[in-house]
Design a binder for this molecule. Structure first.
Ligand SMILES: [Zn+2]
Length: 263
């Protein structure tokens, strides 16, 4: 009898623990995502958000992947953060290839902003996407907090649960996108996060800052026609120079795209 008592003494709490474990785990999970507000979407209706530092980063880093997602019917929202108005010795001067209206007395950086944002809209049309927003930050002014706020709003109010951006590579706006995604990942660890090193194909390239060591090289060879057309738009306005981006030899248009991913 005494032995039975001992066994029960050990077994009952053990059984309770086993029984309650899923409940405890579930409540733990819901605490982690305590601010979901019913925006959960099933995987079949998952909505992807691309956080793009400058016009052309999306095409350089992930043009084929965008084509692949669109072909699969995935809903994608694009958020363009900075306008690409930066001027400097190492930056290309754009040309008004599409002859858009530029107000008289516009500064050269404002002119560049208008031309580059117009090129982005043209590229969105090529990809078949009308779900995008242009925030228009001046180059070099984007912060991680602003990226985080944008991403959190896309999650809570627009139901985006998969986030893509480019990796930090020394450019401060790219860095802000990387850091903003890091903040999101810390607050909402159960969402999906992906990053593309946009200069992956350069022989010498800055080391990318990645959230994770998990990588996959996406075979996008079937989805390159729109990517090539998008490259052409940026090439026409001279933000993608053939010396730096030798798309004309097919390298960019058909090579796999490297993606860092978390879960
Ligand atoms: Zn960029």
């Amino acid at each position: 009898m005494k032995r039975t008592f001992h066994i029960l003494f050990i077994t009952i709490p053990l059984l309770l623990l086993i029984t309650l474990f899923p409940v405890l785990s579930a409540s733990d999970t819901s605490q982690t995502n305590g601010t979901q507000n019913g925006t959960n979407t099933s995987s079949s209706a998952e909505k992807v958000a691309f956080i793009i530092p400058h016009p052309d980063d999306e095409t350089i880093g992930a043009g084929g992947t965008i084509g692949k997602l669109m072909a699969n019917g995935t809903k994608i929202h694009f958020e363009l953060m900075a306008s690409g108005d930066g001027q400097g010795a190492t930056l290309l001067n754009v040309t008004n290839y599409y002859k858009i209206d530029i107000p008289a007395n516009s500064s050269s950086s404002y002119t560049k902003k208008l031309i580059r944002e117009d090129s982005f809209k043209r590229v969105m049309t090529i990809y078949g996407c009308d779900d995008y927003n242009i925030q228009g930050y001046d180059d070099g002014t984007l912060t991680a907090a602003e990226v985080f706020t944008t991403m959190e709003d896309l999650y809570l109010n627009q139901g985006c649960t998969v986030f893509y951006t480019v990796t930090g590579d020394g450019n401060s706006d790219h860095m802000a996108c990387y850091q903003g995604m890091l903040m999101m990942e810390m607050k909402y660890p159960n969402l999906e996060y992906r990053e593309f090193p946009i200069y992956y194909y350069h022989a010498s390239r800055p080391a990318s800052l990645a959230l994770t060591n998990n990588t996959t090289d996406e075979d996008v060879s079937q989805y390159t026609s729109k990517k090539l057309s998008a490259f052409q738009v940026y090439y026409n306005i001279n933000t993608i120079h053939k010396i730096f981006y030798p798309y004309s030899d097919g390298l960019y248009s058909s090579s796999p795209e490297r993606m860092y991913y978390i879960n």
